[in-house]
Design a protein around this ligand. Structure first.
Ligand SMILES: [Zn+2]
Length: 502
């Protein structure tokens, strides 16, 4: 009897437990809120020190917010970034990890290590009925945005990538312009025309974005001209397009069309990486601030839809190996206050002001090796050292905010002399995306180090990067420590099916 009762008790308990677990699962599944509006922001090259360094710079100079908005989201952790082929990723493999949840080889976009197609979160979102947007401050077909719509073996295949963007079902795409490959000979405007031919409406610059209407099926927004990159935030002039213009236009468009179905919007701050390749801290920090300004636009939307919005901010990798500290337990971020333009802009101002005008190019000639006819030799005298010193003082704060010791001044003086005597190109410093005058490049590097910002090199590092999350079910990212898990967690929270029939 006792045994039977015990058995009955056990069986009943089990039935109760099973039904209880089942119903609580069902209840939870029903109750669990889903993210209808997803923002996925990627700071290209934005390591932890780029963010912390920007805050120190802002606090010391007043040139940005004391606290960068996303750094204080409810969930802040960090993730690994390595690729399948290297412990140091490039932006293509990094973007693919963040878009597909698969590690691949450096250079790959939307394909795995065996070069097989892999679907991405923008495609998962679309298949679930959501609208999709991608926006970047660099080329619309550059590696990071392309990892959300392209599937190619090589990130430099701009022709194939552009065509895949045009034939994709991305509703809203925004970027500075189309990057091109030399070997095809096709120019940026060609791709724009191709897009128009497919019925996509193309807009140029912030003024023109007022004409974007939700009645258009697909939209592409470009910078003022069809250019490879937007101006650095530190160089931006009145009327120039900013990343946040792309973001506000994109939100209006996507929300207008997909209020009920929801949308997925990827936004890249692409020039944090460009500044990192240049080892140019002020430009880098102003780009971090610019991404934060774009996030301010996203946060304004979030305030309106707090129960339906998810905001995920991260980076594909760190660029430059930036360290905080001058080696003597000190930093002087206030010394960066005198730099009022990017290293690139400073080089072009310097060349305009002091270098001889480039010789006219002959018909059909490529490159700038032309010669002046003797009677047309331009009048040109090199600037004095004092003039050049004044230039560096006015634009970088050297000798003014930043002390320059005698040895360094002698080094700069030698560089100044050879700037005007060396053969063309000999005094250029090449980084991945720019060619700068050596004297300018070295002066910027000196300023950075004097302020306590030391760069290790002009390439990517293998450092982990920050992951900052706000909004619906943000806490589910708490234990995320691999970048490939991010798109899968977003998909779970947004209810996207990650198993598309490819
Ligand atoms: Zn890079």
């Amino acid at each position: 009897m006792r045994i039977t009762f015990r058995c009955l008790y056990l069986v009943l308990t089990m039935i109760f437990m099973v039904s209880n677990t089942h119903s609580s699962y069902a209840k939870r599944a029903k109750k669990e809120p889903q993210a209808k509006y997803v923002f996925y922001l990627i700071g290209d090259g934005m390591g932890i020190n780029e963010v912390a360094g920007a805050e120190l710079y802002n606090q010391a100079t007043g040139k940005g917010p004391d606290q960068v908005n996303f750094r204080h989201f409810p969930v802040v952790t960090f993730v690994n970034t390595f690729s399948a082929s290297s412990l140091v990723t490039d932006s293509a493999a990094g973007g693919t990890a963040l878009s597909t949840g698969t590690r691949t080889y450096n250079g790959a976009l939307g394909v795995d290590s065996d070069r097989n197609y892999i679907s991405n979160i923008a495609e998962w979102a679309k298949a679930s009925g959501a609208g999709v947007g991608v926006a970047t401050s660099v080329g619309i077909n550059h590696a990071t945005p392309a990892s959300f719509y392209a599937h190619v073996n090589d990130r430099n295949s701009y022709d194939a990538i552009s065509r895949q963007l045009i034939s994709s079902n991305i509703d809203f795409a925004a970027g500075a312009g189309f990057l091109t490959e030399r070997k095809t000979g096709l120019d940026a405007v060609f791709y724009e025309q191709e897009a128009r031919g497919e019925g996509i409406k193309v807009f140029h610059g912030v003024e023109d974005f007022k004409n974007v209407s939700t009645s258009y099926d697909r939209v592409i927004c470009l910078g003022g001209e069809n250019i490879g990159e937007l101006p650095y935030a530190v160089d931006r002039k009145e009327g120039d397009t900013a990343l946040s213009d792309f973001v506000s236009t994109g939100i209006d468009y996507l929300y207008g069309r997909y209020e009920d179905e929801g949308f997925f919007f990827m936004i890249e701050g692409g020039k944090i990486d460009y500044a990192g390749h240049n080892d140019d801290a002020v430009s880098c920090f102003q780009e971090v601030n610019d991404l934060a300004a774009a996030i301010d636009v996203v946060l304004a939307f979030y305030q309106e839809h707090p129960d339906e919005t998810l905001i995920v901010v991260t980076a594909d990798h760190e660029t430059g190996g930036l360290m905080l500290g001058a080696g003597e337990y000190i930093m002087n971020p206030e010394r960066l206050a005198g730099q009022n333009m990017s290293e690139n802009e400073l080089t072009s101002k310097f060349r305009q002001a002091y270098m001889p005008p480039p010789p006219p190019q002959r018909r059909g000639q490529r490159g700038g090796q032309g010669m002046y006819p003797p009677q047309q030799q331009p009048q040109w005298t090199p600037p004095t050292w004092d003039e050049v010193k004044a230039f560096l003082k006015d634009n970088l704060g050297l000798w003014d905010i930043v002390p320059v010791d005698k040895k360094t001044e002698e080094r700069f003086h030698e560089m100044y002399k050879s700037t005007f005597t060396a053969k063309e190109g000999e005094n250029d410093v090449r980084s991945l995306y720019s060619v700068n005058t050596r004297l300018i490049s070295e002066a910027v590097l000196y300023l950075n180090a004097a302020a306590g910002y030391q760069w290790s090199f002009g390439s990517h590092s293998g450092s982990p990067v920050g992951l900052y999350v706000n909004g619906v079910r943000a806490s589910e990212f708490n234990s995320c420590d691999e970048n490939i898990d991010i798109p899968l967690i977003i998909a779970r929270i947004a209810g996207y099916d990650t198993k598309l029939n490819n």
